[in-house]
Write a protein that binds this ligand. Structure first.
Ligand code: GUN
Length: 343
C-alpha cells in the first residue's frame, strides 16, 4: 500500500474510533507518519477523580467532625505490597483523608490478623478497611478468604467480601472492587461508549476479571470472559471493541489479539528480569529499555506495546490502570464515610 493511502486509512480509523485525531503520530524510518493508539493517561484521570472528591471529603469533615478514615492492614515483608501500600497512604493523605496503617510481622497468625480486622470493624472512627494481599503463605491457602469474610461489608472498600460480590452481581448498592470500577471510570471519562460494545475480558480472578465482566454487563456491553483454557484466545479477543487484559502474563496480548480500532485496557503488572524478554517487549520504548539495563528488571503489562499500531486507544503500564485503582479506593472510602454520615 502506498504511503498516502495507508496514512489516510489510519487517520480515518483513529477519527472513527476515538472521536478525535490520535495524539501521538509516530515517525517510522521510511518517513511515513503512522498514526497510533491514543494513550489513555491514568494519572491525569485519577487526579480528576481526586479533585472531584475534594468537596465530598470536606462535607464529611463538616458532618462527622473528622475526615473519611481508611485503615490499612499490612502483614509481612512482601516488597511489592510495601510499595502499593506506600502509594495508598500517600494518596489518602494528599487527598485530605485520615489513614491508619497497622503492620503485622510475617509470622503473625491468621487469628491475630482477624483480631485486627475486628477492632477496625467495631471502631466508629474507621470508615474503610483494606487488608493488603497477598498474605504470608504460612497463614494457609484460605487465609485471604477468611479475612475478606470477616471485614464488615459496610467498610469493605476493596469490594472483596462475598457480600460485596453478591451485591455487585445483583446490581445492588455496595462496593465494587477498585480496579474494575476504575476501568469503567476511565472508559467513561475518555468518552468510550460501553453500551452495546462487544467486551472481552481475559482473566477470571475474583478481584478483577469477574467483577469487570459484571460491571461491563451492567453497562449493557456484551461480555465474554476468557481464561488460560479458552480455545483460540486470539480469535475470541479479536471480537472485542473493548479488550481488558488481566491474566498476569507479560506481553501476552499481541496485535493478532486486537481488532483494528479496539480499545485495549492493560491490567497487567509483571516484573520482567530476563534480558531477551525485556528487549523483545521494549523494542519501541528505548527509555524503558535503558531503565531495564540499569536496574535489571522492569514492570510490563499483559499487552505487547506494538498493539498501539492496531488499537484506537490503549492504557500504558505503568501510568494506566494502576493510578485509577488507588483513586477508586479513595472514592469508596469517601462513600463509606457518607453512608456513616447519613445512617
Ligand atoms: N494487592 C494488590 N492489589 C490489591 C488491592 O487492590 N487490594 C488489596 N487488598 N490487596 C492488593
Amino acid at each position: 500500500m502506498v504511503g498516502a493511502a495507508k496514512r489516510r486509512i489510519n487517520q480515518e480509523r483513529c477519527l472513527r474510533d476515538a472521536g478525535t485525531p490520535c495524539e501521538n503520530p509516530r515517525s517510522f524510518a521510511h518517513g511515513i507518519k503512522q498514526l497510533s493508539a491514543r494513550i489513555i493517561d491514568g494519572k491525569a484521570i485519577s487526579k480528576q477523580i481526586r479533585v472531584d472528591l475534594a468537596q465530598r471529603i470536606s462535607a464529611v469533615r463538616d458532618g462527622l467532625e473528622r475526615p473519611p478514615a481508611l485503615a490499612i492492614v499490612l502483614v509481612g515483608d512482601d516488597p511489592a505490597s510495601h510499595v502499593y501500600v506506600r502509594n495508598k497512604l500517600k494518596t489518602a493523605e494528599d487527598s485530605g483523608m485520615s489513614v491508619t496503617l497497622q503492620t503485622l510481622p510475617g509470622n503473625a497468625t491468621l487469628d491475630e490478623t482477624l483480631a485486627v480486622v475486628d477492632r477496625f470493624n467495631s471502631s466508629p472512627e474507621t470508615d474503610g478497611i483494606l487488608v493488603q494481599s497477598p498474605l504470608p503463605a504460612a497463614m494457609g491457602s484460605n487465609a485471604a478468604q477468611r479475612v475478606f469474610d470477616t471485614i464488615d461489608p459496610g467498610k469493605d472498600v476493596d469490594g472483596f467480601s462475598p457480600i460485596s460480590a453478591g451485591h455487585l452481581s445483583q446490581k445492588r448498592t455496595g462496593f465494587a472492587p477498585c480496579t474494575p470500577a476504575g476501568i469503567i471510570e476511565m472508559l467513561d471519562r475518555s468518552g468510550i461508549a460501553i453500551e452495546g460494545a462487544r467486551a472481552v475480558v481475559i482473566g477470571r480472578s475474583d478481584i478483577v476479571g469477574k467483577p469487570m465482566a459484571m460491571l461491563l454487563l451492567h453497562r449493557n456491553a456484551t461480555v465474554t470472559v476468557c481464561h488460560s483454557r479458552t480455545k483460540d484466545l486470539p480469535g475470541v479477543a479479536r471480537e472485542a471493541d473493548i479488550l481488558v487484559a488481566a491474566i498476569g502474563r507479560a506481553g501476552l496480548v499481541t496485535r493478532e489479539f486486537v481488532k483494528p480500532g479496539a480499545v485495549v485496557i492493560d491490567v497487567g503488572m509483571n516484573r520482567v528480569s530476563d534480558a531477551d524478554e525485556a528487549r523483545q517487549l521494549l523494542a519501541s520504548q528505548p527509555k524503558r529499555l535503558e531503565l531495564f539495563e540499569r536496574r535489571g528488571s522492569v514492570l510490563v503489562g499483559d499487552v505487547h506495546p506494538n498493539v498501539a499500531e492496531t488499537a484506537s486507544a490503549l492504557t500504558p503500564v505503568p501510568g494506566g490502570v494502576g493510578p485509577l485503582t488507588i483513586a477508586m479506593l479513595m472514592a469508596n472510602t469517601v462513600r463509606a464515610a457518607e453512608m456513616r454520615l447519613s445512617a
